[in-house]
Design a protein around this ligand. Structure first.
Ligand code: AP5
Length: 218
């Protein structure tokens, strides 16, 4: 099953992609996580990306396309993948089409998370991430058992530097201008499904399973 999750920052794409990864045994390919790992390792790629990420801007298409094309070649994608955060522009979507065609593969579903702007602002403002593996929490809606500590691996939780109010506003603007046109792009291909991303995590997960692959619902 080859899936794309579209939606504004803070919509819950990463939270759901991790659940789908476990359920369907296909890897979550989250470009934001790839970039944050490169930044933490201080690679030239990560340091160049940091300038864009900390402003809330998109990293240039060429480098993102190359990173995703390389990741899709890994053997763990043989049964499928969940692309979370890619594509984010029409040129990225066109490049992805070409990469998949070159591999003899195609997209099964593009699922858009529909959610109100005040909801995503609330979700991003309270988000906390585990330093070791990127497990996602929220101070109110999904808190860890012990404050400040990851339930899974006991590593410290941190707040993303792009979850500051001024960067959140910029990311929302970038999403509207550069990523929203992807909805029409994928609607025209007949693989597009929109789900409501309001409500509880479990409720959205069930809607997502139904949208992604009705036969694995449950
Ligand atoms: P990226 O990391 O991809 O950020 P994003 O798309 O902006 O998405 P987020 O990670 O903010 O949100 P999410 O939808 O995954 O929500 P989450 O599940 O965490 O990108 C970061 C930056 O990298 C970009 O700004 C850009 O600079 C660069 N970049 C990345 N990809 C790129 C690309 N392709 N091209 C160019 N640049 C790129 O949930 C949010 C919070 O809500 C959490 O606290 C969670 O616990 C909580 N939550 C989730 N679901 C619910 C629920 N149902 N109810 C209540 N709380 C919930």
């Amino acid at each position: 099953m080859n899936l794309i999750f579209l939606g504004p920052p803070g919509a819950g794409k990463g939270t759901q992609a991790r659940l789908i990864e476990q359920r369907m045994e296909i890897p979550q390919i989250a470009t934001g996580d790839i970039l944050r790992a490169a930044r933490a390792s201080k690679t030239p790629f990560g340091e160049a990306a940091d300038r864009y990420m900390s402003r809330g801007d998109l990293v240039p298409d060429a480098v993102m396309i190359e990173a995703v094309a390389e990741r899709l070649q890994c053997p763990d994608t043989a049964a499928g993948f969940v692309l979370d955060g890619f594509p984010r522009t029409i040129p990225q979507a066109e490049a992805l089409d070409a990469v998949l065609a070159g591999m003899g593969r195609r997209l099964d579903r593009v699922i858009a998370f529909e959610v109100a702007e005040d909801t995503v602002i609330r979700r991003m403002s309270g988000r906390r991430i585990c330093r070791a593996s990127g497990h996602i929490y929220h101070l109110d809606s999904n808190p860890p058992v012990t404050p400040g500590v990851c339930d899974v691996d006991a590593s410290p939780l941190y707040q993303r530097d792009d979850d500051r109010p001024e960067t959140i506003r910029r990311r929302m603007q970038v999403y509207r201008e550069q990523s929203e046109p992807l909805v029409a792009f994928y609607q025209a291909r007949g693989v597009f499904v929109a789900i409501s991303a309001e409500g509880e995590i479990e409720e959205i997960y069930q809607a997502l399973l139904a949208a992604a692959a009705p036969r694995v619902r449950g």
